[in-house]
Design a protein around this ligand. Structure first.
Ligand code: ZN
Length: 374
């Protein structure tokens, strides 16, 4: 799905722009149509600078999360920038609450630093103009703001934007950073699922309030943000619930005791035949002394299914497997299989091979568990 384009790569992290940014450009053009004169010269320049600054502030916020995550050895898969904010997608959240807390805090802290750094520039603005600012908050549609010069508006806007982004993100509601901070704090005293439930509940309540408010104000953008928060909060809860559910299983709950043994000197075409017709898609390969020599996986067989050459199993087998025990935690094994791209793993009880864990079985198992928690 190409719903976004990559615009940069920072520290090896792809930075992507969501297509809805086109809507924002369209909106700006629409605003400009009644009075094109308005957008000429200085004004157009400052407008461009402002939009760019918003963009950079959001990007720096996300890089703050990514930077802190990297300190704890967690990779950021990508940073997505959309008109309603950015999102740093981490490969996983650090397990320890203290680390999750710091990763979540890093984003708002970046905006705080930006705002504080820009504060001295306020002295640029004549004091008598600044004195009028409180009136602006009382009546944003009044002309107090308009009496400021363009560069003065930019400085005030920059400071306000960063303070507001930091404060908004600190609201303790999923999926905002504040929700993660709250969950991390609660996780120090209770289990993660309970902590997530509370943070989710607050997130949904908060989202509902935003939606109600936006309806009363006819503010559709706010409504979209509210719905987005609501859906994300629910998804996060389901994800954590699935995660904690999978943690309660071990390898023996999923292992397959019966499996077809393939031998080094077997004809590959025969194995491919078996792969096509049977339900087993990944195999363990043995020598004639019944010693495990490697694995033959579905991707490899798929690649060679067209070849007419007469080959033996031993030319294709790989060493991409590790031995696991039947008491190993299932979630750990699933992570391992995902990280290392393992398709099938032999399961041992002591020295005895008692079965296999096949990725196809894992996927099926996860699907079943997902249905259970719906
Ligand atoms: Zn954030």
């Amino acid at each position: 799905m190409h719903t976004s384009i990559q615009i940069a790569k920072i520290w090896g992290i792809p930075v992507r722009l969501h297509w809805t940014f086109v809507l924002v450009l369209g909106w700006l053009v629409y605003l400009g149509i009644p009075d094109w004169q308005y957008f000429r010269g200085q004004r157009a320049l400052w407008m461009f600078v402002s939009v760019f600054a918003v963009f950079v502030c959001i990007l720096l916020h996300e890089l703050g999360h990514a930077f802190m995550a990297r300190r704890y050895g967690v990779q950021t898969l990508q940073i997505m920038l959309s008109p309603i904010g950015g999102q740093a997608i981490l490969e996983r959240m650090p397990k320890q609450p203290r680390k999750e807390l710091l990763v979540a805090l890093a984003g708002p802290i970046v905006n705080m630093i930006l705002a504080i750094t820009a504060l001295p520039f306020l002295f640029w603005i004549p004091a008598e103009k600044l004195a009028h600012l409180p009136q602006f908050f009382g009546n944003p549609n009044g002309n107090t703001f308009l009496r400021l010069d363009l560069d003065e508006r930019f400085i005030i806007g920059f400071v306000l934007l960063n303070f507001l982004v930091a404060l908004f993100n600190l609201i303790p509601a999923f999926p905002l950073d504040g929700g993660r901070i709250l969950r991390a704090l609660l996780s120090m005293r209770m289990n993660k699922l309970g902590a997530t439930r509370i943070a989710t509940f607050l997130g949904q309540g908060f989202a509902a309030l935003i939606v109600l408010f936006s309806v009363s104000q006819y503010n559709w953008l706010m409504g979209v943000i509210g719905l987005f928060i609501f859906v994300s909060a629910s998804m996060e809860y389901r994800y954590v619930k699935l995660d904690s559910r999978l943690h309660s299983f071990s390898v023996k709950d999923i292992l397959r005791p019966r499996f077809t043994r393939i031998y080094l000197d077997e004809d590959l075409q025969q194995v491919i035949q078996q792969w096509r017709e049977g339900s087993e898609k990944n195999f363990l390969v043995f020598n004639r002394f019944e010693q495990l020599q490697g694995v033959l996986t579905s991707p490899i067989l798929m690649e060679h299914q067209q070849s007419e050459e007469k080959e033996l199993v031993e030319v294709l087998l790989t060493q991409e497997y590790v031995e696991i025990g039947k008491e190993d935690n299932l979630m750990k094994v699933i992570r391992l299989m995902q990280d290392e791209d393992y398709e099938i793993l032999p399961v041992y009880e002591g020295k005895e091979l008692i079965g296999v864990v096949d990725w196809n079985d894992v996927e099926h198992f996860i699907r079943l568990q997902k249905e259970q928690i719906r």
